[in-house]
Design a binder for this molecule. Structure first.
Ligand SMILES: [Zn+2]
Length: 173
C-alpha cells in the first residue's frame, strides 16, 4: 500500500462555499477512493480538555470523531473538504472516502458532515445551495432518511470501484 492520503487529482483552492475547499483538477469517476486514513493526530477527550480555547475551537471545526470517542485531526489538506447537503464524496469505511458521483474537472469535492462527524463539532449554518439543503447542520440520526439515502449511494458507487483507476490503492512500484 502506498502512503498517498489524498487523490493526486485534488487541489486546494478558495471556495465559494467557505474559505478553502478541495477541487478536482481532472475528472474523477464514481467509486474512486479520494482519501485514505493517514497524516492524522488523534487526541483523547482528556487531552482535548487541557488545550487552549483557541486550539479547541480549531479542533471542533476540523476534527472528526474516531473510535473510542477520540478526535481525529487531519494535518494535511484533507481537513479542507467542505460540507454539502448534496455531497459527491462519502466514507465507505473508517479508512476510506470515495466519490459517490462522477466528479468533473473544476468541481469542488464535498462531504456530508451530518453523517458522523458532528458529535464533537460545532453545528453550523449551511449555504451549499442544494435543493435539499438542511440549513442547520448537526449530526444526523443514523436511521434518518438522509443517512439511509447516503448509504445506498455509497454502496452503489463502490460497485464501480473495480472499474476505475485507484491511485490510492495501488501498491508502490
Ligand atoms: Zn446545505
Amino acid at each position: 500500500m502506498n502512503n498517498m492520503v489524498l487523490h493526486p487529482d485534488i487541489i486546494l483552492k478558495r471556495s465559494s462555499v467557505a474559505g478553502f475547499g478541495l477541487f478536482a483538477s481532472k475528472d474523477i469517476p464514481i467509486g474512486t477512493v479520494i482519501w485514505k486514513y493517514g497524516n492524522v493526530r488523534v487526541y483523547t477527550k482528556e487531552q482535548y480538555d487541557k488545550f487552549s480555547e483557541r486550539y479547541k475551537a480549531i479542533l471542533r471545526h476540523f476534527c472528526y470523531e474516531g473510535s473510542n470517542e477520540t478526535l481525529v485531526y487531519c494535518t494535511d489538506n484533507s481537513k479542507y473538504f467542505n460540507h454539502s447537503c448534496d455531497p459527491n464524496t462519502m466514507s465507505i469505511d473508517t479508512e476510506k472516502d470515495i466519490t459517490i458521483k462522477d466528479v468533473f474537472a473544476g468541481e469542488e469535492l464535498t462531504y456530508d458532515y451530518g453523517y458522523w462527524y458532528l458529535k464533537w463539532n460545532d453545528a453550523f449554518m449551511c449555504h451549499c445551495g442544494s435543493d435539499d439543503c438542511r440549513r442547520y447542520i448537526k449530526r444526523e440520526p443514523q436511521e434518518s432518511p438522509t443517512i439511509r439515502n447516503l448509504e445506498t449511494m455509497v454502496k452503489k458507487a463502490w460497485e464501480n470501484s473495480t472499474n476505475v483507476i485507484q491511485p490510492l490503492l495501488t501498491p508502490d512500484s
